[in-house]
Design a protein around this ligand. Structure first.
Ligand code: MN
Length: 740
């Protein structure tokens, strides 16, 4: 049937012009009062250039494209608190990528700073996020740009936030993809940068896109309980309000419900019902204090609150005396309300509140640029350090980094009383590496609160730690089991690689000496023959084993040599029982080495995970469990969780080319019911290169059928061709792979 001709949309251009101007004026109002004439001129210039460059473009929704950069710039000013340079860059952020404007044009018109920011933004969005492993690579790229100028990532976050707010006009697939990326990368980044509001909004919007029914259900229930909650809050704060007024404080009290996403997370991870979490909320008291009285005022408020309500002694958090690494300052206490419910009370000054809401960018307005730079620098330095290592692999890197993003912090002290922030769960060894990489490398133990402990000891909030070192100490592979900071992991891996490189040289020299002594040629062929004979997996593996004295060439009878070529039988691998850890350590330890699925040589116990049914050709990774290695698809629903929480137990895996082995895969499809449809579909499946069906079931209701088939296929390509065949049936409207 021919498609009806698409009607050309009619736009009211006059009305749009009005809109554009009014949005632009809104942006100018949002840029803070300290805007100078020069600043205004810069913004106007950027606006005019962007308007001209995007003049013929429209968004998916049909709106003029310029609405988007204006909105992004406004988020930068209003919600992140960025200054005029960033606002100008935000207005221009899509010009180089999507219009005829070049980077040189931008440099000529706006100078180097704006140009560098635009360049970074263009690079980030220039990559496409197709698979999760590419996501990992891209994550690296994003951080690389972040390390150049943090404004790039702040503007990118604003861009992402606006795209998330206007997600409806996208196709369903696009929505899901953008929402996953947001959860995977942008929300954690916003969190790390201290942008709590943006982080929660990104999470909520992602959840709304991914699980609309669930989202709206929680939203609806929150609405329903709102009046009860409001009544409770106003009763709770009444006496506090009166006392604060009597003390002549200038203040604001807010009752804040939890975000929908955090309620969802709690329900999911703690297996509790909505009713058990929904009424958890925080009361926030913000005092307008003079800078020198901030701390004293907050404690005064604390004292007033606890005059009325009993505090829980173990839930007092003083992030005023010791701010979090991302700049967060606040005083938290949890008190008992008359109704018998615990209520969290957050006490902070207006300045602290703005830092908490807008992140470190807000420091610009309160502290000098220098102090701000210091706070940012310690984080950026760590990122730079990790990025600088050419040997680190993208997925490892993301796992390490995310591990650090998601964790709470503890505060520990050096013997001189200097405070260090570390992720919760850090060990004495993490602490040693945090102080200095040389101290980490030579660490043999530590004194925690004057008591001698092993270097694997987990640290707790408030511990005072003294590192004990020895010049003889060398990093060991098992150290990776008890560090959790990216920095320590990275430094240990680096040291291990260095050791291996040195060992390989020693081993190679021994092999060369021996070959010479036997009168054999020093060539790759002879080395391969020797490696095969001694059951080494590669020449490098042979060198290591010899250097570590696991193989002894001197104990070997001299082999026969013919025309310079060694005559040695292939080694026979004994069927020994090796411990899983040893095998894993060997495989993980060999740089660039991978668990090859379908390769008997590796004598590795693995099973294909039943949760995602990987088949050859799928992007996969191995996950170490006590029962052996489980192979998961990289896009398995459990993968993000496994990778971010158990990075240590991930091994790289790939398929060993095509095999005759068959794998079970599931396909689900639906469409319009028709006579004989079941028969036609089963015929297609069983005629497709001898696909072996295990089960098939059909359900039909109101003229729509749904079918599920489990079949044995050879690899992902094979499965794909089957899916394509099914798609070619006219009645079939939707075909997709299923995991169960
Ligand atoms: Mn954009």
């Amino acid at each position: 049937m021919p498609k009806p001709a698409e009607a050309t949309p009619v736009y009211d251009l006059e009305e749009e012009k009005e809109q554009i101007l009014s949005r632009y004026r809104g942006l100018l109002r949002a840029v803070r009062g300290d805007r100078t004439t020069d600043g205004t001129r810069l913004i106007r210039k950027a606006f005019n250039i962007a308007l001209e460059a995007h003049k013929d473009q429209r968004r998916k929704s049909g709106e003029p494209y310029i609405y988007h950069p204006i909105a992004v710039a406004r988020i930068c000013a209003e919600e992140i608190g960025l200054g005029v340079t960033s606002v100008a860059a935000a207005l221009l952020h899509d010009t180089v990528e999507d219009t005829d404007l070049t980077l040189e044009d931008v440099r000529d018109m706006f100078g180097d700073t704006v140009c560098t920011i635009i360049d970074g933004l263009t690079k980030i969005s220039g990559v496409n996020w197709q698979t999760d492993s590419m996501q990992a690579e891209n994550f690296r790229k994003v951080l690389l740009t972040l390390a150049q100028d943090v404004r790039v990532i702040l503007i990118k976050l604003a861009d992402r936030l606006h795209n998330m707010r206007t997600l409806e006009s996208m196709s369903r697939e696009k929505q899901l993809k953008i929402a996953s990326e947001t959860l995977f990368l942008y929300a954690p980044l916003a969190h790390r940068l201290g942008l709590y509001n943006i982080k929660s909004e990104l999470e909520d919007l992602s959840l709304r896109a991914k699980e609309p029914a669930l989202y709206h259900d929680i939203e609806h229930r929150l609405k329903k309980g709102e009046s009860v909650r409001k009544r409770f809050i106003s009763r709770f704060i009444l006496p506090i309000r009166e006392a604060l007024e009597k003390e002549q404080f200038e203040f604001e009290i807010k009752g804040r419900p939890k975000s929908i996403y955090s309620i969802y997370q709690k329900m999911l991870t703690k297996h509790v019902t909505f009713e058990e979490v929904y009424d958890l909320f925080a009361i926030r008291i913000i005092v307008d204090s003079k800078p020198e009285l901030e701390k004293a005022d907050c404690w005064k408020v604390y004292s007033i609150v606890t005059d009325f309500y009993q505090p829980s002694p173990d839930r007092l958090r003083d992030w005023i005396s010791m701010p979090k690494a991302n700049g967060y300052e606040s005083l938290h206490t949890t008190v008992m309300s008359p109704g018998g419910k615990w209520v969290e009370v957050q006490i902070r000054s207006r300045r602290m509140d703005q830092v908490a809401e807008m992140g470190l960018a807000a420091h610009y307005r309160y502290k000098g640029e220098e102090e701000h730079a210091n706070a940012m620098d310690s984080m950026l330095n760590r990122i730079r350090e990790i990025l600088a290592d050419p040997g680190s692999n993208a997925l490892d890197f993301v796992n390490d980094f995310k591990l650090n993003l998601f964790n709470d912090e503890i505060m520990v002290f050096t013997p001189k009383g200097e405070m260090r922030n570390l992720p919760a769960g850090s060990s004495a060894l993490d602490f040693a590496f945090d102080i200095h990489s040389q101290i980490g490398r030579h660490c043999i133990g530590a004194k925690v609160n004057h008591k001698l402990v092993p270097l694997s000891q987990a640290l707790r909030n408030g511990d005072q730690v003294e590192v004990i070192t020895s010049r003889k100490q060398q990093p060991k592979a098992e150290w990776l089991n008890y560090v959790m900071t990216a920095r320590a992991r990275h430094k240990i891996k680096q040291a291990l690689r260095e050791q291996k490189r040195k060992l390989a040289i020693v081993g190679r020299e021994a092999v060369q000496r021996k070959l010479r002594a036997w009168g054999a040629k020093l060539n790759a062929e002879n080395i391969a023959i020797l490696a095969d004979h001694l059951l080494a997996t590669s020449p490098t593996d042979l060198y290591w084993q010899i250097a570590r004295e696991q193989k002894d060439l001197d104990a070997m009878p001299a082999p026969a040599v013919k025309n310079g070529r060694l005559i040695l039988p292939k080694g026979v691998r004994p069927k020994e029982e090796r411990r899983l850890e040893e095998i894993v350590a060997e495989i993980r330890g060999t740089q660039g080495s991978t668990l090859t699925i379908g390769d008997e040589l590796q004598s590795m116990e693995y099973k294909l995970s039943p949760c995602c049914h990987p088949i050859p050709g799928d992007d996969v990774f191995g996950f170490i469990t006590p029962e052996g290695i489980r192979i998961h698809r990289v896009n398995c629903p459990n993968a993000v969780q496994l990778m971010s929480n158990f990075a240590m137990r991930i091994v790289k895996a790939r398929w060993k080319g095509k095999d005759s082995v068959e794998f079970l895969a599931g396909i689900q499809f639906s469409g319009i019911d028709a006579v004989g449809i079941v028969n036609r579909i089963t015929t297609i499946i069983s005629h497709e290169n001898n696909v072996n069906m295990r089960s098939i079931n059909f359900e039909s209701k109101d003229g729509i059928f749904e079918g599920k088939v489990m079949a044995y296929v050879h690899d992902a390509e094979h499965l794909h061709s089957l899916v394509e065949k099914l798609r070619s049936v006219p009645e079939v409207r939707r075909v997709e792979r299923i995991d169960h």
